[in-house]
Design a protein around this ligand. Structure first.
Ligand code: ADP
Ligand code: ADP
Length: 237
């Protein structure tokens, strides 16, 4: 079953200077991601990878084309449906984007508080999520007391709080050293296999794709120049 589908998607931004050309960030992209798989998008800086992620979680609307989640066009959703969609999509970032003034538990609880989840339920869920990411003992710590790898685990726990079906990872291991990267990738693999969550990772590191992706898409200048099974694409001459 296709969970994420982009059909003929183009996203262009207005010219930065008067009389300049529009920037075509994503150029006529077709992409299908099957439920339960891990898809990697690789490409150099400026290739259009982040724009694809922002189109998938409806932070941007396509200039033309369709973006569908589970067969449903997500462009032009109303506020209420947008919130439902965002609860179905978790996101993690290169710089973790944690709230420094909140504890580890407070960070993970945040999306549940926004969703209006009752307090006792939040507490149970936060404890369960922290156990899952191996930070059961760190609930009352603050982000600055944690290592980079631990901070990204908090980011992952927070992204999973609302039980999304999709996790979007934007250069999620790029700020980590190689060993920590392997640990975080192993955790993401568990998110996929144990929880059945579909993961879309964008990265400039081929190692990341080799470690966890089923399929890979290579972007250049807003276009998909190659896609397929990781082994086939990465071993191509
Ligand atoms: P990547 O994630 O592969 O580095 P991006 O999707 O961030 O690529 O960017 C693709 C292109 O679109 C780049 O040329 C970038 O400068 C441009 N771009 C991205 N976001 C914006 C924006 N909000 N306004 C104008 N141009 C943008
Ligand atoms: P902060 O000071 O960071 O905002 P709070 O103490 O207000 O943190 O807690 C925020 C949320 O996290 C609350 O809903 C609470 O139930 C939950 N929480 C706090 N401590 C724990 C813990 N040790 N285990 C599980 N959940 C916790």
């Amino acid at each position: 079953m296709t969970l994420i589908r982009l059909t003929g998607v183009t996203k262009s931004y207005p010219p930065s200077t008067k009389g300049g050309d529009p920037v075509v960030a994503v150029d006529d992209v077709d992409l299908e991601i099957a439920a339960g798989t891990v898809c990697g998008i690789v490409g150099y800086s400026g290739a259009g990878k982040s724009t694809v992620l922002r189109l998938v979680n409806a932070l941007e609307s396509p200039t033309s084309g369709r973006v569908e989640i589970d067969g449903r066009d997500i462009t032009g959703l109303r506020e209420r449906d947008l919130r439902t969609l965002r609860g179905d999509i978790g996101m993690i970032f290169q710089q973790f984007n944690l709230f420094d003034s909140r504890t580890v538990a407070g960070n993970v609880a945040y999306p549940l508080e926004v969703a209006g989840t009752p307090r006792p339920e939040i507490k149970t869920r936060v404890a369960e999520l922290l156990d899952f990411v191996g930070l059961g003992g760190k609930a009352r710590n603050y982000p600055e007391q944690l290592s980079g790898g631990q901070r990204q685990r908090v980011g992952i726990a927070r992204a999973l709080a609302t039980s999304p079906r999709i996790l979007l990872a934007d250069e999620a291991t790029s700020a980590l050293d190689p060993d920590t990267t392997q640990e975080v990738l192993a955790l993401l693999k568990r998110v996929n296999t144990e929880l059945g969550i579909t993961i879309l990772v964008i990265t400039h590191e081929m190692e990341v794709v080799r470690a966890i992706a089923d399929r890979v898409v290579v972007m250049e200048h807003g276009r998909i120049i190659e896609s397929g099974e990781v082994f086939d694409v990465l071993s191509a001459p």
